[in-house]
Design a protein. Structure first.
Length: 572
């Protein structure tokens, strides 16, 4: 028996490596590779999976670890830090997708309960896939990247509430009102107990345990399994237990250490989940699910982005930010598959609907990945048609906050680097125009009396509107090659000498910007090293001078914090 399972796992992982490698070559998320591996390993093709019960157990452990880590990263204290746009976009997109998905499912002839499940599954986007793609594009710290991260957190919270609710609907013959009432009471009691333990007891325990990294890992796994097992014993789902176990540990100072150590375990067992459910795709009735899968996939690929663009347009964001953020919602989540798998387990929907949602997942994850990867090529072709999304209730007038026509200095991007640059420029008493694509930033700048303009440096029309006849310097704090090339091209068309200072995080891109005509390219990480080396040369071992620098730096940091600025997250 053990030998049989070992051979099965060996063959499955060899197949997984091959298929996942092809997925990477095609710029696809690995989840797509895992599902296709399951399809190929299933009964309709290679028929490699014999020990279904063992693989199912591995898959269940994968879900337990996934939800545990999600809980670890959902510290209740972060909810208060979510901005208005994240809350409105996240909740609004889920709400409208559920409504549209329900009516489309009913039109396809599905029952009410099935339509509710399918519509809910279509509403959530994949945090794992999107965060990876944004990281690959170096867009995590862009405006649309920060908004996307925010509404993905909101969606994760909503998905978790849905999973907790559904997992509680496992009553045996009781009325629905009784089931829900009992679930709410048990849920409140469990959450209260775990919150008290997480807030008062676990921080003290982990402080002792964390002295040994191995012991910390063992304790975390044990805690996860113990709480998940306790929930199952009291007729709750193990998924709910794992999630709340993670949230309880998120209140400790070691949440990030625990999360990083458990990710490899999660990834290993979660592969089994996607392989297992890929193998359960029912090809016998595939013709019956192709049309529904196509219709529901179109809703996700086109409907979800449109909803996000409309909401962001109403909130006053540029069409480019709305478009880029919208594309990130164009796929279903791993939670979607988990939700339908749970519904099948509870006999709320038929097995064929798991096949349907897996097919929708393959289509939307594949399609949205290409949309995001090639977004910079797609956007220019569609830009003129997207103007309607900027005009719906826009609260920032593009020309309202600057009275001058000519400016000696134009600064693209205010936050972070732009803040310090503006301080220096104002001392020169030059006419300065600040251009930013965040409406909140523009409103604050206008309130402070600065000449500013709401716009996006990627907008060629906006760049062409700028009168550069008296401009002597242009500074862009935007670290995107394509955007900075557009700015350089606009300067070339002006046919006059203008000092152009740009920002880049990549060596190759910096060289390209110099070749394209940049006067100077700031590379923040290298510049930081150069600054500290200059300090060492000037101060040598004089601690008093370093302390003086420290006091000034602390004052600067406190000022930035009071203004709501954040330092970019460093991934390397």
């Amino acid at each position: 028996m053990a030998t049989s399972i070992f051979i099965e796992l060996t063959l499955l992982f060899i197949l997984t490596i091959v298929i996942s490698g092809l997925a990477r070559l095609l710029k696809q998320p690995l989840i797509v590779g895992y599902i296709i591996t399951g399809i190929l390993a299933g009964p309709y093709f290679l028929n490699l999976i014999k020990s279904t019960d063992a693989i199912a157990t591995f898959a269940e452990i994968g879900i337990v670890f996934l939800l545990f880590i999600v809980g670890l990263n959902l510290n209740p204290k972060l909810v208060k830090d979510l901005g208005k746009v994240s809350l409105i976009t996240g909740i609004g997109q889920v709400l409208f997708t559920v409504i549209l998905g329900f009516f489309i499912s009913k039109l396809l002839g599905f029952s009410t309960i099935t339509s509710i499940y399918l519509a809910t599954a279509l509403a959530f986007s994949s945090t794992i896939i999107i965060m990876k793609l944004l990281s690959d594009r170096n867009d995590l710290e862009s405006l649309y990247g920060r908004i996307t991260t925010g509404f993905l957190i909101v969606q994760d919270l909503l998905a978790i509430l849905v999973l907790l609710f559904v997992s509680s609907l496992n009553g045996n013959g009781e009325g629905i009102a009784e089931i829900i009432s009992l679930a709410v009471i048990k849920g409140i009691a469990a959450i209260t107990i775990l919150y008290l333990i997480g807030n008062y007891l676990l921080p003290r325990i982990t402080k002792i345990i964390a002295k040994s990294q191995e012991f910390l890992l063992i304790f975390s796994v044990s805690w996860c399994f113990a709480i998940a097992g306790a929930f199952q014993y009291f007729n709750f789902s193990i998924e709910a237990g794992a999630l709340l176990a993670g949230i309880a540990l998120s209140l400790t100072p070691y949440q990030h250490e625990i999360s990083s150590k458990m990710r490899p375990l999660r990834d290993f067992f979660l592969i089994m989940f996607f392989i297992l459910h890929g193998s359960q795709l029912l090809f016998g009735n595939i013709s019956q699910v192709v049309v529904p899968a196509a219709a529901l996939s179109l809703l996700v690929l086109l409907g979800n982005p449109l909803i996000v663009m409309i909401l962001m347009g109403i909130l006053g964001y540029t069409k480019r930010n709305g478009f880029m953020a919208g594309l990130t919602s164009a796929q279903i989540s791993e939670f979607s598959i988990i939700l339908i798998a749970l519904a099948v387990e509870l006999n709320h929907v038929a097995q064929e609907f798991l096949s349907l949602i897996i097919l929708v997942g393959l289509i939307t994850m594949t399609g949205s990945t290409y949309l995001i990867v090639y977004a910079d090529r797609i956007y220019p072709a569609l830009a003129k048609y997207l103007k309607i999304f900027e005009k719906k209730g826009k609260k920032v007038d593009e020309h309202k906050y600057h009275t001058e026509k000519y400016f000696e200095v134009i600064l693209f991007g205010y936050n972070r680097i732009g803040f310090s640059i503006l301080d220096s420029l104002e001392k020169l008493r030059k006419k300065i125009l600040i251009i930013d694509y965040d409406p909140e930033v523009i409103l604050q700048l206008a309130k402070d009396g600065h000449e500013c303009k709401y716009g996006d440096a990627d907008d060629v029309e906006m760049l062409n509107e700028l009168d550069l006849s008296q401009t002597k310097m242009i500074i862009s704090t935007i670290p995107h090659l394509e955007t900075n090339i557009l700015i350089l091209n606009r300067v070339k068309r002006a046919r006059k000498k203008i000092t152009v200072i740009l920002v880049s995080h990549q060596l190759d891109e910096s060289m390209k910007l110099y070749d394209a005509g940049a006067t100077y390219v700031i590379m923040p990480h290298f510049l930081g090293g150069k600054h500290i080396s200059t300090m060492i040369e000037d101060y040598k071992f004089n601690m008093d001078k370093f302390i003086k620098e420290k006091v000034q730096h602390l004052a600067h940091i406190k000022r930035r914090k009071e203004l709501g600025h954040e330092h970019p997250k460093v991934n390397e």
